[in-house]
Design a protein around this ligand. Structure first.
Ligand SMILES: Cc1ncc(COP(=O)(O)O)c(C=O)c1O
Length: 413
């Protein structure tokens, strides 16, 4: 093979993610920061980026043990647990798999709900692993109905259902399921099923309490409310789930909790840990601690209320159809059949250098999603909604321009 004449790329020629060089077709925007308003990955605060940029250290030395023990301790309140939390080098999908393979056996029955795209993917995974999934159909506009949980479990007199799988915040629809009511339904049916909850786009943004709500495995990851880049997956584990793990026979190796929990006791990992992301996680946890979780949740609630005020003010529809289930992390906006939501997103990217979430699966082209979670303040939201309003107008969608005013009123209040 001939050696290449191409000069190696020096760092200065690599597009900077905070500028527009690699984004948009019209090339009209040349300065300022990109607005990353998808519902994850979210914007990473500079403090966290700087923490990640520290030198990587020996993962078998005492400095690493100090870091890991600190992070494993500080992460617990974010899950609302005093029990163990395993932190994998993985995406959220890996943490989904870990929750299933550590607690279940081939042929086990599980109850799951079609709340949207991610609930459907988790169902697919469970089936692929050899579980039998009772998948309750849904319209992608509602969360899990606790009455249906109660009904299905009451009908399962043989206690064949080993676990109930719930996506707390369905990122594809902006609908948040009511986990305490689901727990109460399981208890009312006096059913022993485990409760497995995906908090991938709610943790650190929407109130969540693993212990108080009696959740057995809480699944999460780094790139949403925790304001980190992708790369960390989490399982918070109840005592009941730990006991179930003793008898769980689904094959596992990388995801096995047992060697993790043993090594974590001393601040170590059973394999090479994601050291630099753990630096970032420590910084993120300090940021959340200093704001205080109740204030973090209240901030997200306010921004979600302002976003809904804008959408309703524009005369458009929010996809979530139940007042009790509006997501505080993102809002999915439903367009009528004549208008293509992807075209609106493209115009906004080209003209205003802002990325919005696409409609996924069944709602592809019908919705766009505004992420308002993570490192986000009033003016980030005001800028985001201004960009959306201008994009809608440029796309020729008839809207009431007072929408933005309605949002600003909520922010000012
Ligand atoms: C609710 C939910 N579950 C699971 C996933 C999958 O996570 P990942 O893409 O990190 O594997 C996502 C991703 O956005 C999600 O939003």
């Amino acid at each position: 093979m001939q050696p290449s004449n191409k000069k190696p790329q020096d760092a200065s020629s690599i597009p900077d993610a905070t500028t527009t060089e690699n984004r948009g077709e019209a090339g009209l925007v040349t300065a300022g920061r990109h607005f990353l308003q998808i519902p994850g990955p979210t914007n990473v605060p500079d403090r966290i980026l700087r923490a990640i940029a520290q030198p990587t250290i020996d993962h078998r030395g005492p400095a690493f043990a100090e870091l890991a023990l600190d992070v494993l301790h500080r992460v617990k309140p974010v899950f609302g647990t005093s029990g163990p939390v395993v932190i994998y080098p993985s995406s959220g999908t890996g943490a989904w798999e870990a929750a299933l393979v550590n607690t279940l056996s081939p042929g086990d029955h599980v109850l799951a709900f079609e709340t949207g795209h991610f609930a459907t993917l988790w169902r697919d995974m469970a089936e692929g692993l050899g579980l039998v999934v009772d998948f309750v159909p849904g319209d992608w506009r509602h969360g899990v109905d606790p009455a249906v949980v109660a009904e299905r479990l009451a009908a399962d007199t043989q206690h064949r259902i080993a676990a109930v799988m719930v996506v707390h915040n369905e990122t594809s629809t902006g609908v948040t399921s009511r986990v305490p009511e689901i727990r109460a339904a399981i208890d009312r049916a006096e059913h022993p099923a485990l409760l497995l909850v995906d908090t991938i786009s709610s943790l650190g943004s929407i109130d969540y309490r693993h212990d108080e709500w009696g959740v057995d495995v809480t699944v999460s990851c780094s790139q949403k409310g925790l304001m980190l880049p992708p790369g960390l997956g989490f399982n918070a584990i109840s005592e009941k789930a730990l006991a179930a793990a003793e008898g769980a026979r689904l094959p596992k190796s990388y995801w096995n909790w047992a060697p993790f929990l043993e090594a974590n006791e001393r601040g170590y990992y059973p394999y090479t840990p994601p050291t630099n992301l753990l630096y970032g996680l420590r910084e993120a946890l300090v940021l959340l601690e200093s704001e205080g979780l109740p204030a973090v949740f209240a901030r997200h609630d306010r921004h979600a209320a302002a976003t809904r005020a804008a959408v309703q003010g524009w005369g458009l529809e929010v996809l979530c159809a139940d007042e009790r289930e509006h997501s505080s992390a993102l809002t999915a906006v439903l367009l009528d059949e004549e208008h293509d939501a992807n075209k609106v997103r493209q115009i906004i990217l080209d003209r205003f250098d802002m990325s919005l979430g696409a409609g996924l699966g069944k709602v592809s082209g019908r919705v766009f999603r505004i992420g308002h979670l993570g490192d986000f303040n009033d003016l980030t939201l005001a800028g985001t909604l201004s960009g959306v309003q201008m994009g809608l107008e440029l796309a020729g969608i008839p809207i009431d321009p007072d929408g933005i005013r309605a949002a600003l009123e909520v922010l000012r209040a």
